[in-house]
Design a protein around this ligand. Sequence first.
Ligand code: ADP
Ligand code: MG
Length: 327
Amino acid sequence: MEQEKVVIEVNHICKQYKVLKKGEGIKGALKGLVTRESRLVPAVDDLSFQIKAGEIVGFIGPNGAGKSTTIKMMSGILTPTSGEILINGMDIQKKRKEVVRNIGVIFGQRSQLNWDLRLGESYELLRHIYQIDKAQYEETLDVMDQILGIKELLDKPVRQMSLGQRVKGDLVAAMLHSPDVLFLDEPTIGLDISSKYALRKFVKEINEKRKTTIILTTHDLADIEQLCDRLIIINHGHLMEDGNLSEIVNRIAPYKTLVVEYYDEYAPEHDKCELCFHEENVAKYRFGKKEITAARLIEELSAKAQIKDVSIEEAGIDDIIRVAYGQ
Ligand SMILES: Nc1ncnc2c1ncn2[C@@H]1O[C@H](COP(=O)(O)OP(=O)(O)O)[C@@H](O)[C@H]1O
Ligand SMILES: [Mg+2]
């Protein structure tokens, strides 16, 4: 079955950056220049996971967790210090040229388009670099035009494009050689709402139409909620969580929040849950799904104060982030 095929296999990869030690003041700086003292910064530490064909995986973690480093290793830009990465069964270090044909990568706010050319000319250049067949190129442009409306931009000089237009341009550029796997590192950073929607639509549709496997790094929780069934969470270069989004939520944030609006400002406490917010007439109670039911909680609270309105918030990805990132 297509779903079952493993496209990315990451086996115990580590990456240490070598950085020059800076001494104190000018003397230290000069000494550093002469002796070139360096130290190793561990960025990724024994990371392993597998990704199957057609998955959209949210790859998340706090700043400095090692996400970009991992994406650079998976896309052949950086070499792991140790460990191996297989794409479609091929070792990226040993078969770099072939592997690179199977992958596309986009780093938010860093464009691979040529600033001095029109968008269409920039694509022609890429077509020649990747030796993409003309018919395949035209077909990709047609598909991309349906998703993003790219053809109206082809005559526009890249330097005159808005950020949103340039991101569209970059998404299409990354798809011209029809990669099986697309890495997106913070693609929505700095984008306005409508460009964010365009990006999400793009991700959904290339995944459906072309079965492209997608690994997405983002700080925008809505991106994850709308696109990803699976999450990989890393911190300090280690794997923290790997699994189904709702399964992770249920496991590490197995609670709901009852929001109560009272008729006056008094909000009673309850011993089976935590009063986690109280301002004016509104109080929020966080309760474990196993501790008490919402119905029971409402009944017991309403015996102590008069309730005007209630709603229930499910734990969401922001709760996972709080727990997993240790905030
Ligand atoms: N070129 C580099 N040289 C030295 N250290 C780096 C370099 N790039 C990243 N790092 C360090 O490696 C760690 C992981 O960085 P990165 O992969 O960019 O994290 P993320 O993308 O999750 O924010 C951080 O501590 C960062 O400071
Ligand atoms: Mg990063």
